[in-house]
Write a protein that binds this ligand. Structure first.
Ligand code: HGY
Ligand code: MN
Ligand code: MN
Length: 425
């Protein structure tokens, strides 16, 4: 662990101890009985996490601001008018989530900012300013789609569309952000480059005994909002042959998704239904309608195309066999796009300098960096996840790995602030 002496509120505390202390205080916000967190977007717990962010930012000398879709920035301005290197992740979580997903990257980014603020020599200003960012609603569980804040920031999703999305109670994003006092204005600071660190959420780093993952590409994802339409009936009295059981159709869809994954050898396709809403969801009623979200991911565009063909055929079969109709809308998707190779190389050089073991990796999960890499040079880093567990209260990363990641991110961001990735394609 680093033992750099520090000043002020951190007197006598090493940089790593200060990071762990702040990360633990964040982990207590929205803590669940199972020692995970529940901080869904724009809830009270998310608001408390944002207060944690702004307090820490103030302590470390940053000004904070919120943009038109609730992205929260802590700004360190060395050169007035210069663009910013953005560094961050997300503080929102899934329900009964782990403490690390997103939160680790935001806490790490704040500490990177603090270290760079303390180490900058007067008269040697970096080329770019620094903005630590908490992207709004990365998870997409309370409000779809996921990666909402960075999708608006990068111009992929109109702000008005995002603000009009509703949760299951009909509350809009706009109303939810207003309720927690986090609806700002404008599109945030202008980015010159972006960096993010995250837990791997998979096993590859742990299995190979590697500390740092250098993300070179993302798996493609295709998510679908689906409505299965049937007809309400009495579970006891309705003749089986007459039934239009929407839940039967939905159940067959769940199984179909798994069968499609199993169709491709080598586990190259991941599929799931992660959300199911049944109407009227009453004990003696054959359901009239089921809404669900289907999710398919792979690193192979041909596999994805073949999976979509199997999906269409399977849906037609289920409609015919269960007497329901199924409406499918592709709600969110991204392709297999590489991160800038120069950014991967820059990160590799940083890891070598710090003597941290490193290896190129894919990201299977979505991250805000997937949006950011399409507009500016972007570096995405991973640290190991114990047993690859994520979206689970048992998510865990060892302190040494978490601290090594902060050191690594500091080195990367210092170089980005110098402009080392300018022009990278
Ligand atoms: O992978 C996902 O879809 C999420 O946004 N992390
Ligand atoms: Mn995440
Ligand atoms: Mn997540």
């Amino acid at each position: 662990m680093s033992s750099t002496p520090t000043i002020g509120v951190n007197a006598g505390v090493t940089t790593s101890e200060a990071f762990l202390r702040d990360f633990r205080s964040l982990s207590a916000i929205g803590e669940t009985p199972g020692h995970g967190v529940d901080r869904q977007a724009a809830t009270t717990a998310d608001a408390q996490a944002r207060t944690w962010f702004t307090s820490l930012a103030a302590q470390y000398g940053f000004r904070t601001e919120t943009d038109q879709v609730g992205n929260l920035y802590a700004l360190l301005e060395w050169t007035p008018g210069a663009p910013y290197v953005l560094v961050g992740s997300h503080l929102d979580s899934q329900p009964t989530a782990g403490k690390y997903d997103g939160a680790y990257g935001v806490a790490a980014a704040l500490h990177v900012g603090r270290r760079l603020a303390e180490s900058t020599v007067p008269g040697e200003k970096p080329k770019y300013n620094l903005a630590v960012v908490d992207w709004f609603n990365e998870e997409g569980c309370r409000f779809a789609p996921s990666m909402m804040g960075s999708s608006v920031y990068t111009g992929k999703l109109p702000a008005e569309t995002a603000l009009a999305m509703t949760d299951v109670d009909g509350v809009t994003v706009r109303q939810a952000l207003c309720a927690i006092g986090q609806l700002g204005i404008g599109n945030g600071p202008q980015a010159a480059a972006y960096a993010e660190i995250h837990i791997e959420q998979g096993r590859s780093l742990e299995d190979s005994g590697t500390t740092i993952g250098l993300v070179h590409s993302c798996w493609a994802a295709a998510k679908y909002s689906v409505t299965v339409h049937g007809e309400q009936a009495h579970t006891g009295s309705a003749v089986i042959a007459d039934r239009k059981d929407a839940l039967l159709g939905a159940s067959r869809l769940v199984v179909l998704l798994r069968e499609i994954a199993d169709h491709f050898p080598g586990a190259v396709l991941h599929t799931s239904v992660g959300n199911l809403t049944v109407y009227p969801n009453s004990p003696v009623v054959v359901p009239s309608k089921v809404e669900l979200v289907m999710d398919m991911r792979t690193a192979d565009e041909d596999v994805l195309a073949a999976a979509k063909t199997l999906l269409r055929a399977g849906i037609s079969r289920i409609e015919a066999e269960t007497n329901v109709s199924i409406a499918v809308e592709e709600s969110h998707a991204w392709g297999i796009n590489p991160y800038q190779p120069a950014g991967v190389e820059l990160a590799r050089e940083c890891a070598e300098k710090l003597e941290l073991s490193n290896t190129p990796v894919f990201t299977l999960a979505g991250h805000d960096s997937i949006n950011m890499k399409d507009i500016v040079p972007t570096v995405m880093l991973f640290v190991p996840s114990v047993d690859g567990i994520s979206h689970n209260e048992r998510e865990f990363t060892h302190d040494d790995d978490a601290c090594a990641g902060v050191d690594m991110l500091t080195e990367v961001v210092a170089r980005l602030c110098r402009g080392d990735l300018d022009g990278a394609k």
